[in-house]
Design a binder for this molecule. Structure first.
Ligand SMILES: [Zn+2]
Length: 99
Protein backbone atom coordinates (compact mmCIF):
# COMPACT_ATOMS: atom_id res chain seq x y z
CA UNK A 1 0.00 0.00 0.00
CA UNK A 2 2.79 2.35 0.88
CA UNK A 3 4.66 1.42 -2.26
CA UNK A 4 1.62 2.01 -4.42
CA UNK A 5 1.03 5.45 -3.04
CA UNK A 6 4.69 6.27 -3.56
CA UNK A 7 4.51 5.32 -7.22
CA UNK A 8 1.37 7.34 -7.66
CA UNK A 9 3.03 10.37 -6.16
CA UNK A 10 6.02 9.86 -8.43
CA UNK A 11 3.81 9.61 -11.47
CA UNK A 12 2.02 12.79 -10.58
CA UNK A 13 5.33 14.52 -10.23
CA UNK A 14 6.45 13.39 -13.67
CA UNK A 15 3.19 14.44 -15.27
CA UNK A 16 3.44 17.72 -13.48
CA UNK A 17 6.89 18.28 -14.86
CA UNK A 18 5.76 17.48 -18.35
CA UNK A 19 2.92 19.89 -18.10
CA UNK A 20 5.17 22.58 -16.80
CA UNK A 21 7.57 22.02 -19.63
CA UNK A 22 7.79 25.15 -21.61
CA UNK A 23 9.06 25.30 -25.08
CA UNK A 24 11.95 27.59 -25.11
CA UNK A 25 11.96 29.44 -28.35
CA UNK A 26 15.26 31.10 -28.77
CA UNK A 27 14.74 33.96 -31.07
CA UNK A 28 17.93 35.28 -32.39
CA UNK A 29 17.43 38.90 -32.94
CA UNK A 30 19.33 39.23 -36.13
CA UNK A 31 19.54 42.83 -37.05
CA UNK A 32 19.74 42.63 -40.77
CA UNK A 33 21.29 45.69 -42.19
CA UNK A 34 21.89 46.28 -45.80
CA UNK A 35 24.21 48.47 -47.73
CA UNK A 36 22.89 51.93 -48.33
CA UNK A 37 23.12 53.05 -51.97
CA UNK A 38 23.22 56.65 -50.84
CA UNK A 39 25.82 56.76 -48.09
CA UNK A 40 27.43 53.35 -48.74
CA UNK A 41 27.09 52.28 -45.13
CA UNK A 42 25.67 49.05 -43.80
CA UNK A 43 22.85 50.81 -42.03
CA UNK A 44 19.77 50.11 -44.09
CA UNK A 45 16.93 48.39 -42.31
CA UNK A 46 14.11 46.70 -44.18
CA UNK A 47 10.74 46.44 -42.48
CA UNK A 48 8.12 44.33 -44.15
CA UNK A 49 4.58 45.56 -43.86
CA UNK A 50 2.71 42.56 -45.19
CA UNK A 51 -0.69 43.96 -44.34
CA UNK A 52 -0.20 46.78 -46.79
CA UNK A 53 2.10 44.82 -49.09
CA UNK A 54 4.89 47.29 -48.74
CA UNK A 55 8.40 47.23 -47.42
CA UNK A 56 9.77 50.23 -45.66
CA UNK A 57 13.43 50.86 -46.20
CA UNK A 58 15.24 53.17 -43.93
CA UNK A 59 18.83 54.13 -43.53
CA UNK A 60 19.76 55.06 -40.00
CA UNK A 61 22.89 56.80 -41.18
CA UNK A 62 21.80 59.26 -43.84
CA UNK A 63 18.07 59.12 -43.22
CA UNK A 64 17.22 57.80 -46.66
CA UNK A 65 13.70 56.50 -46.61
CA UNK A 66 11.79 54.64 -49.25
CA UNK A 67 9.13 52.04 -49.72
CA UNK A 68 8.57 49.37 -52.27
CA UNK A 69 5.59 47.26 -53.16
CA UNK A 70 6.07 43.65 -52.20
CA UNK A 71 4.37 40.32 -52.66
CA UNK A 72 3.21 38.34 -49.61
CA UNK A 73 6.13 35.95 -50.05
CA UNK A 74 8.72 38.64 -50.57
CA UNK A 75 11.65 38.37 -48.22
CA UNK A 76 13.55 41.27 -46.76
CA UNK A 77 16.45 40.65 -49.11
CA UNK A 78 14.14 40.77 -52.11
CA UNK A 79 12.54 43.96 -50.89
CA UNK A 80 15.99 45.42 -50.47
CA UNK A 81 17.05 44.56 -54.02
CA UNK A 82 13.80 46.05 -55.26
CA UNK A 83 14.58 49.17 -53.35
CA UNK A 84 18.07 49.38 -54.83
CA UNK A 85 16.66 48.99 -58.34
CA UNK A 86 14.10 51.63 -57.59
CA UNK A 87 16.70 53.91 -56.10
CA UNK A 88 18.99 53.77 -59.11
CA UNK A 89 16.03 53.91 -61.44
CA UNK A 90 14.82 57.09 -59.79
CA UNK A 91 18.31 58.50 -59.90
CA UNK A 92 18.48 57.89 -63.63
CA UNK A 93 15.14 59.57 -64.22
CA UNK A 94 16.17 62.52 -62.11
CA UNK A 95 19.43 62.69 -64.00
CA UNK A 96 17.54 62.87 -67.26
CA UNK A 97 15.34 65.62 -65.91
CA UNK A 98 18.33 67.68 -64.88
CA UNK A 99 20.05 67.15 -68.24
ZN1 LIG B 1 22.37 55.87 -46.03
Amino acid sequence: MIRYSYETTLEVKIVGRRRKKEEKIIRRSLPEFYLCPNCAKNTVKVTLDKKNNIAIIRCSSCGLKDRVIIQPQTAEVDAYSQFVDQYYGTEKIEGKKIV
